[in-house]
Design a protein around this ligand. Structure first.
Ligand SMILES: [Fe+2]
Length: 227
């Protein structure tokens, strides 16, 4: 009985080397930035945040691919490279530039099949597509869904609260700010299509709702967010 076990084109060592490359690339992008670059004091403009986000997207998108029948290797490698150019290219070309960097890396390291490289680069290039995710390959859809989901949930809430500090707000603004995370979660629910991503979005949205409810319950003077 021949159950064919497809060998992954990417070994653990190769994946770890790619991770290191992306981490270093992000670090170098920030070092090259002029003083006072665009809102660089915000945590999500730091190389460290971007790399952490990248790792989360690798996990999320990889899981969605496994459940939905996408190619997890393509998705994980694409997720790893998707924001590599985020800190040194303009927002509207970072996806294309990321695809170029990914291709250059994959073609000069190891011996990856050309079709694999093409699929990875297509995902990276299309990950900022704003239309329906179902217009794209299943792998690109997994990447976009993972990317969207990382902004929702406990992690998104922590980041939003951190932002309050940078904006010199008081903690009494917390319920209002958490409302923005909830709104983002609601938008994410509409953007994602796969069953797996919807379930994750639903679970994460619930966590944010709870947090907001607990805040309002504990802090007497905290105003519920205005509509
Ligand atoms: Fe991203």
């Amino acid at each position: 009985m021949g159950v064919e076990i497809q060998e992954s084109p990417v070994t653990d060592e190769e994946f770890a080397a790619m991770e290191e490359f992306v981490r270093e690339y992000l670090r170098a992008s920030v070092q090259n930035e002029d003083e006072g670059g665009r809102m660089r004091w915000y945590p999500w403009h730091s190389a460290e945040y971007r790399f952490n986000h990248t790792r989360n997207v690798v996990e999320l998108a990889g899981k969605i691919a496994e459940e939905e029948g996408g190619d997890p290797d393509v998705v994980r490698v694409a997720a790893l490279f998707h924001d590599v150019a985020k800190l040194d290219a303009d927002q509207d070309v970072h996806a294309e530039e990321g695809a170029r960097i990914a291709r250059e890396y994959l073609q000069s390291h190891g011996d990856f099949p050309e079709s694999f490289v093409d699929q990875v680069c297509r995902c990276v290039k299309n990950h900022s597509y704003q239309g329906e995710v179902t217009d794209l390959s299943l792998e690109t859809q997994c990447l976009i869904e993972g990317d969207v989901l990382d902004k929702v949930g406990a992690n998104g809430t922590a980041l939003m609260l951190l932002r309050m500090g940078y904006e010199a707000r008081t903690h009494m603004d917390a319920a209002e700010m958490v409302e923005r995370v909830l709104q983002r979660g609601t938008d994410a629910m509409e953007r994602v299509e796969s069953e797996t991503a919807r379930n994750i979005a639903h679970r994460r949205l619930k966590r944010v709702k709870w947090f907001q409810e607990w805040l309002l319950d504990e802090v007497v003077a905290m105003e519920p967010p205005s509509e």
